[in-house]
Design a protein around this ligand. Sequence first.
Ligand SMILES: [Zn+2]
Length: 91
Amino acid sequence: MSIRGHIPLRRCLGCRSVKPQASLLRLAEGGDAGWRIDPERRLGGRGHYVCLSESCLARLLTQRTVRGMFFPSTIQQIRRMIKEQSEVEPS
Ligand SMILES: [Zn+2]
């Protein structure tokens, strides 16, 4: 993998593709609290990343190992985001 400039790259948990960190949604490992959505990238803890797309968000909830990391309220949040994404028509 080549390093281009200083753009940090991260791998999406859904489709496994590597993209610039800024284009991905951050999820923060919150210890016992489970993973939380961290759109502002302000939470501590190890970060995980996912594309802000309907299919990649949906995949988080179908992967049992990943889904098991989330708080119930986080799963609700992700469901809401999937719905929002599905209502966005690609231009
Ligand atoms: Zn993805």
